[in-house]
Structures are given as structure tokens and as C-alpha cells.
Design a protein around this ligand. Structure first.
Ligand code: NAP
Length: 251
């Protein structure tokens, strides 16, 4: 029987691979036999990720994804050593700020890293000799893009825009044989999640926990969903958003 989760021989670009959800995704892809290009800015943490990957043929590329216009050229350079069957775009930033502290610079920084990077990655992926077609692009959005949360408006806007953009990209990239989907995780205690958690009072933490019917998840739970969407098991799925949130947005 063919195992659609067997990634042997396939290569995947994983952004945000130096930490949290991206790192767990890279580890899972490698366990399934895939080869990973691990992306982030921190070379030391990327080396730590590489050391944890099973199998051979992995590499790392330190790159600042806020430089969106440089992304297609950088992706072409990465693909010079082999095309990619999938891209998991997990890199992202979140800074909580009440509206009264929101500035144009802050909006620009958040949108650049969370949204512009994704659009540029899609542009880069469809270039000749970058994608191994049929291919899959998975973008990590957030439950925050589907719900309202005080102090999280700009991040939510960037993640909601990602969901809308993925639908357009999915239709536009059909002819390039690239599926495009998003996952929308709820709270996960990664370094990003824990930073947000430090802003919560004990009451807020208890209330948030109570809002998760299945409790808080892990980076591995999100990686499972990303890998599913990357795989041939999802060959008939494009333009959708998969909530991975323990039931948080179901209520
Ligand atoms: N944790 C949660 O509760 C949660 C919930 C919903 C959605 N998400 C989303 O899930 C994704 C992963 O988050 P996480 O929780 O795993 O966070 P994390 O542990 O803080 O990891 C974020 C990753 O993004 C990379 N990154 C950030 N800015 C970058 C840039 N300009 N260029 C290249 N890489 C950059 C970081 O790498 P370097 O530091 O090496 O640059 C790091 O590997 C994010 O998109 C986040 O918005 C997280």
C-alpha cells in the first residue's frame, strides 16, 4: 500500500524552523523521510534544529523574511540544489499592543513579516525550477485571524489577511499545480505564545484555558496539520483554512 505521508526523496522549505511550530514541522518532515531547508534569522538556533533532524540531506538558510522583495531571488538560490515539493511558512511575529500605542511603523513591521513575506514566498515558489510539481504551500495563520482579542488587533489583521490571501493564491496557482492552504492554530506555549502569556493575569490565563475545550495544544499538534496539508493526502484540498485549536473557535 502507498503511504501518502512517506516523504522520501521530497524536499521542503520550512520557515520559522529555528523555534516552536516551524521547528516541530521540520522535525516531523525529517522523521517522515523528507529533506528540509530550515529557515530563520538565528544561525545558532538553526544549527540546533539541523542537529535534531533525522536522516540526511538537510540544510539551513539564514534569511530575514521581512525583506520581502528579496524572497523570490533567495528561493531560487535555495532551489539550485534541488526543487521543493512543499513550503511550510511558519515564521511570524506577534507583539501585543493596545490600539492607543499602535503606530504606522508597528503596523508595517507586523504586516511585512506576517503577510508580505507569504505573498513573496508564493511568488518565489511558482518560479521555474523552484517547485517540484504538484506542490503545496502551507501558511501559518492564527485563531486570532478569526476572532477578536483586545491588544492583538494588528497581529489579527495580518493573520486574517493571510487567510484571505491564501484563497486568492490558491485559485491563481492552480495552473502552477501549487495548492495553498492555511492552518489557524490556537494558543500554543512556544516562545511566541509564552511571551503573550506573560501579559495575562491569573484570571485571564484561567479564562483562556477554559475557552479551550481540548485544553492548550503543542507545537507538534500544529505540525501534524501542516504536514497533512503538505502531503498527497490533501491533494484535493486548496484555499482552505484548518483550525488547529482544540475547539477554541468552534464555540
Ligand atoms: N504560539 C502560538 O500560540 C501561535 C498561535 C497561532 C499562530 N501562531 C503562529 O505560528 C507561527 C510560528 O509561531 P511560534 O509560536 O512557533 O513562534 P516562535 O517560537 O517565536 O517562532 C517564530 C519563528 O519565526 C522566525 N522569524 C520571525 N521573524 C522572522 C523574520 N523576519 N525572518 C525570518 N524568520 C523569522 C523565528 O526565527 P528567528 O528568530 O531565527 O528569526 C522563529 O523561528 C507564527 O506565524 C505565529 O504567528 C502561533
Amino acid at each position: 500500500m502507498v503511504n501518502p505521508l512517506a516523504f522520501a526523496g521530497a524536499r521542503f522549505l520550512v520557515t520559522g524552523a529555528s523555534s516552536g511550530i516551524g521547528k516541530s514541522t521540520a522535525i516531523l518532515i525529517a522523521k517522515l523521510g523528507g529533506r528540509v531547508t530550515a529557515v530563520g534569522r538565528d544561525t545558532l538556533r538553526l544549527a540546533e534544529t539541523l542537529a535534531e533532524l533525522a536522516g540526511e540531506g538537510h540544510d539551513a538558510s539564514a534569511f530575514d523574511l521581512a525583506d520581502a522583495d528579496a524572497i523570490p531571488g533567495w528561493m531560487a538560490a535555495c532551489a539550485a540544489t534541488g526543487t521543493y515539493s512543499g513550503v511550510a511558512h511558519c515564521a511570524g511575529i506577534q507583539e501585543l499592543k493596545p490600539l492607543r500605542q499602535v503606530t504606522a511603523d508597528f503596523i508595517d513591521r507586523t504586516m511585512r513579516t506576517n503577510l508580505s513575506s507569504a505573498l513573496a514566498i508564493a511568488r518565489g515558489f511558482r518560479q521555474k525550477d523552484v517547485a517540484q510539481r504538484p506542490a503545496s504551500l502551507v501558511l501559518v495563520s492564527s485563531a486570532a485571524g478569526l476572532t477578536g482579542q483586545a491588544g492583538n488587533t494588528v497581529y489579527a489583521a495580518s493573520k486574517g489577511a493571510l487567510i484571505a490571501a491564501a484563497r486568492g493564491m490558491a485559485i491563481e496557482l492552480v495552473r502552477d499545480e501549487i495548492r495553498v492552504n492555511t492552518v489557524a492554530p490556537g494558543f500554543v506555549p512556544t516562545p511566541l505564545g509564552e511571551k503573550a502569556m506573560r501579559f495575562w493575569s491569573k484570571e485571564q490565563l484561567d479564562a483562556t484555558r477554559a475557552a479551550y475545550p481540548l485544553g492548550f495544544g503543542t507545537a507538534e499538534d500544529v505540525a501534524n496539520a501542516i504536514v497533512f496539508l503538505l502531503s498527497d493526502m490533501a491533494r484535493w484540498i486548496t484555499g482552505t483554512t484548518l483550525a488547529v485549536d482544540g475547539g477554541y473557535t468552534a464555540q
